[in-house]
Design a protein around this ligand. Sequence first.
Ligand code: SF4
Length: 410
Amino acid sequence: MPEKVSIVNCFGEDHVSLTKAVTHAMDLLDSPLSSIRSGSRVVIKPNITAQDISWRQGVVTNPNLVRAIIEVVQQYNPGEILIAEAIAIGLDVKRAFSFLGYDKIARETGAKLVDLYDEEFAHFSIPKGKLHHSMEIAKTVMGADYLITVPVMKTHVATEISVCMKCLMGTISVEQNKTFHFSGLWQSIIDLNLAVKPDLFIVDGTVAGEGDGPMANKPVRLDKVIAGMNPRAVDMVAARMMGFEPGESALLGMAAECWGPLPESEIQILGEPLEKTIKPFKRATNSVAAREGITYLNGNACAACAGVIELALRRAERVEALDKSRPLRILFGPDAVIPQKEGTNLVVGRCLSQLKDAGYFVPGCPPQVFLISDEIGEMAGCERGFGCKEDYMFCDTDFISHSSRNHPAS
Ligand code: SF4
């Protein structure tokens, strides 16, 4: 049986127009919502990665689309509908709900807003996980009778694309989230997708995001909704719509390594023909720019590591921390070696952890942008914005692969 993915046009950005689009997308998929039982609990998990950025920027889910989904779901008479999110570390989802107008949607539709960080998390086992044998996931999500995720379609500096598979990171605890970057982000996302299995994915392609996601995307107006029941199939279609060639996304490549191949010929696209929807997106930054006083020692690094380093350097430049840290050598990539010279080294990435005592060290695979910029800030005598870096390093190696590279080179 082919995996079905529907692509539909939206004729307007209000929730009434979007309700028609969602209804059409569901009809094309043979009404997956009809399996919602009367009186059951439906959880809708949007993609809210920022607390004060408009949905028109292509960074967070369009609330009008969530409202449209609620109205379509209500036709199946569920007992309650929750809109649930665990926002990125350091941000406040209640503020985001209010800023984006979710408060009003909840009032007008009777849906309930849930900050998952206020709820309980529990360990759920992942027998087939490669890095993680269990994960701390929100019980509200795992206990849903019917789970729908509504990711924004966008490019991302650490994962190239962020659609259905990546969106599930908004279901885990803060502590679990920190282990993802430390132990290997891409494989962790794949393991997470073995644990959390939404019933339906409805991708927000009304305004998608190109460039430096997850927070600094530039908007691309597409006026599309994409839906399906298989996250990998939907991600493959969304990647093609964003101009990625088959096999180009390393995250999808890793999914194929873990779960076996999913040829495009086994995906049935319903509604708009794929060729008509392709619009090449600007990729997220994936290289470092030349800078006076900064030497890069790139030892065959993944593009993601170069991208996060570049974004961190720009951030450090904005607060003038970089000026105070020059001259500086930055080592990244598994084959980087320390030159026999005096000078300050910044060693970036888990695959260089054997060099962690050779200078300033930032863990992670790839590391978070804010951890790198915090480290540069610390060199310059600034206070760290995100707390102690040891909070992001884990001694428990049970869940960590012993290979030096947790990403395929890209
Ligand atoms: S394997 Fe190394 S270079 Fe690649 S993302 Fe991880 S830390 Fe960076």
